[in-house]
Design a protein around this ligand. Structure first.
Ligand SMILES: C[S@@+](CC[C@H](N)C(=O)[O-])C[C@H]1O[C@@H](n2cnc3c(N)ncnc32)[C@H](O)[C@@H]1O
Length: 256
């Protein structure tokens, strides 16, 4: 039976690769690398660099594939994502049928960890549900951008004994401040931190974490948000793309 390995490769630094992830890449006959168009070609370069550094078997094949683009026009967010996943599932199905022999192993190199704001696992389940290709799969964890962020800022993720919410820019207003004393915000295309007006809120922001272009900034939201906005927009113009994540905090380890 075909075997698939969904391998977390870390969030930008090739040294995030775990021994388990390196061994998984060396078990694979075929390594699947997504390309996301010119602007984010650096992400595909990091995946290629990881293969160059760590794959020691000579007969592993690298197959690059274009990820379908999400169609948003005239669709709700859920419908748009659902249609997108269906399109990616079709492309995975073709890759498995065309590129992987019936007894071979393939690996998908997944940014960060596959469980965090990544749909590879659910899309692979969708391919299984199609019933056209017989395969089994395993997931290998990776270092997430959340870990890269907290390590660079030298902060713990949670306050003592308190919960953390992980959310998106689109939904930040629902949870922070208010529900959560710590919120980690990913996939923020709208710079939702600009709407935080609480004078006691702190932000720990990071872009291109783990890469040579890494930038981090932190402070009271009201004091640093303009600087983050400016830095972000300049960096995005310079590199042609950006990936950033941040942690918002209000409160203390001990309430007394
Ligand atoms: C589709 S999610 C994938 C998350 C990934 N699975 C992980 O474990 O971190 C992409 C988001 O992760 C964050 N991200 C991933 N890598 C990053 C990096 N190197 N620097 C800053 N943010 C990053 C950004 O918020 C970005 O919008």
């Amino acid at each position: 039976m075909r075997q698939l390995l969904i391998v977390g490769i870390g969030a930008g630094n090739p040294e995030h690769m775990t021994v388990q992830a390196i061994n998984a890449l060396n078990r694979a006959d075929v390594l699947f690398i997504p390309t996301k168009g010119e602007a984010k070609s650096q992400l595909a370069d990091i995946r290629r660099d990881i293969c160059d550094r760590y794959v020691t078997r000579a007969d592993g094949r690298i197959i690059e594939f274009a990820v379908p683009v999400r169609q948003t026009a005239g669709r709700s967010y859920d419908a748009s994502v659902d249609g997108w996943h269906a399109a990616i599932a079709q492309s995975y199905e073709r890759l498995l049928l065309d590129e992987l022999g019936p007894e071979q192993t393939g690996a998908f190199l997944v940014w960060g960890d596959p469980m965090l704001y990544d749909s590879t696992i659910r899309i692979v389940e969708r391919v299984r549900a199609l019933g056209t290709v017989d395969f089994d799969y395993a997931v290998i964890p990776g270092i997430t951008s959340v870990q890269a962020l907290t390590a660079s800022h030298r902060i713990p993720l949670n306050l003592v004994g308190k919960p953390v919410q992980i959310t998106t820019g689109r939904r930040l207003a629902e949870s922070f401040p208010g529900l959560a004393e710590t919120a980690v915000v990913m996939l923020d295309g709208e710079q939702a931190f600009m709407a935080i007006d609480d004078p006691e809120a702190f932000i720990y922001w990071g872009a291109y974490l783990g890469t040579p272009q890494e930038i981090i900034l932190s402070g009271r939201v009201l004091e640093v948000r303009e600087e983050i906005l400016k830095t972000r927009s300049q960096a995005r113009a310079r590199h042609g793309w950006i990936m950033d994540v941040y942690l918002l905090r209000k409160g203390a380890d001990f309430d007394a």
